[in-house]
Design a protein around this ligand. Structure first.
Ligand SMILES: CC(C)(COP(=O)(O)OP(=O)(O)OC[C@H]1O[C@@H](n2cnc3c(N)ncnc32)[C@H](O)[C@@H]1OP(=O)(O)O)[C@@H](O)C(=O)NCCC(=O)NCCS
Length: 172
């Protein structure tokens, strides 16, 4: 079964409900979100921006689906770079109630397959804060290996947080 599909304008309502329900759960692992993000209008704005960047070729924005086909998270191939790099970074989150049963692991497997086949990329990268063991497990289960440690790399929950950097290569 397909665990991911392209983000659509009609996903705004479902995504708003998910981010509201999981707001406290997601907060420690994500950039600080304005209150507008937790509304249907806010999610519509996120979707419009994502689809614009998709049309430009720099982003592959997908939703994660549960066993019943309901939207329970997001996964993106961000910063798609062509030329001699052929690389992108993957980012993802799941609703709290959808965790613990392999949906994120399956979503990463699918988006990596798309990256290396349909998109023709050579490399997919991911970064996690050192405390995010669940995310590191998702990456390791998908054959990602750590290649670096980046001090004060991304602003997560209001702090410039160190990150472990992982990658998977098409020819690994
Ligand atoms: C990171 C995140 C996506 C991981 O979610 P997750 O539920 O641990 O990952 P999965 O959906 O792959 O589920 C893995 C669990 O399902 C179990 N599982 C069951 N069937 C499975 C299967 N077929 N394949 C893989 N795992 C399976 C695993 O054993 C694991 O169990 P555990 O939680 O007891 O260790 C989630 O915690 C999250 O959204 N966190 C907040 C946002 C975030 O951190 N994003 C990433 C930033 S780098």
């Amino acid at each position: 079964m397909n665990r991911i599909r392209l983000l659509e304008a009609d996903d705004a309502e479902a995504l708003a409900a998910v981010v509201v329900r999981s707001r406290e759960f997601l907060e420690p692992w994500e950039p600080v979100r304005p209150d507008h993000y937790f509304t249907v209008a806010g999610q519509s704005d996120v979707i419009a921006d994502s689809l614009r960047r998709h049309a430009e070729g720099t982003l592959l924005p997908q939703v994660i689906l549960d066993e019943a086909g309901a939207v329970v998270g997001r996964i993106n191939l961000n910063n798609i770079v062509r030329g001699p790099f052929q690389s992108a970074s993957v980012g993802y989150w799941l609703a709290q109630e959808a965790g613990g049963r392999g949906l994120a692991t399956a979503a990463v497997a699918e988006i990596v397959r798309v990256a290396f086949t349909e998109e023709g990329l050579h490399r997919v990268e991911a970064g996690t804060i050192p405390e995010n063991f669940r995310s590191q497990m998702v990456l390791r289960r998908n054959g990602f290996t750590q290649f670096g440690y980046a001090p004060r790399y991304l602003n997560i929950a209001g702090t410039w947080a160190d990150h472990l950097l992982f990658q998977k290569l098409a020819d690994d």
